[in-house]
Design a binder for this molecule. Structure first.
Ligand SMILES: [Zn+2]
Length: 158
């Protein structure tokens, strides 16, 4: 049988295809048993494949992440980055915060949580600040107003 299969690869594949089509229950049971027996191997293979994809196509991974999280492509992100000269749209500093691996983080995408409109790129500090002000224009304006025109001007300790 094995010899016949080796000598007739085309017909062998055809026979397998026919058998699988005529025995869907056995195929399903066999696949399930195979998966159970090889689960860890298969998962390890999947992890390896994904890691390899990430190293071979890092830009595709970033593009896909940006599109799913913000609806923005990597190309759009890079255009904004160029226009902002790699600097935060609020404080005009370059990003200094580090990623887990030690590399400098990318500027964060700031977007309106209600409309999804992307406003610009911010350093992690300014992005956090916007978040602490609950992303609300009114509160942010009030904070700026408060700093420039405080309700008191008592002399305290600097
Ligand atoms: Zn900033």
């Amino acid at each position: 049988m094995r010899d016949w299969r080796q000598k007739n690869p085309e017909r062998s594949r055809e026979a397998t295809r026919r058998w699988r089509k005529n025995n869907p229950e056995k195929v399903k049971a066999g696949d399930t048993a195979w998966y159970a027996a090889n689960k860890e191997k298969k998962q390890a293979y999947g992890r390896k494949q994904r890691a390899s994809y990430r190293t071979r196509f890092p830009e595709k991974v970033v593009d896909s992440k940006l599109r799913s999280m913000y609806g923005v492509t990597l190309e759009q992100y890079n255009r904004m980055l160029k226009k902002q000269k790699n600097r935060c749209a609020i404080c005009h500093c370059k990003e200094t915060a580090l990623r887990r691996g030690g590399k400098v983080r990318r500027l964060s995408i700031d977007h309106c949580h209600d409309t999804g409109i992307v406003r610009g790129l911010l350093c992690s500090r300014c992005n956090t600040a916007i978040g602490l002000f609950r992303h609300k224009d009114a509160i942010i304006k009030a904070a700026a107003e408060y700093v420039t025109k405080p309700p008191f001007r008592l002399q305290g300790k600097p």
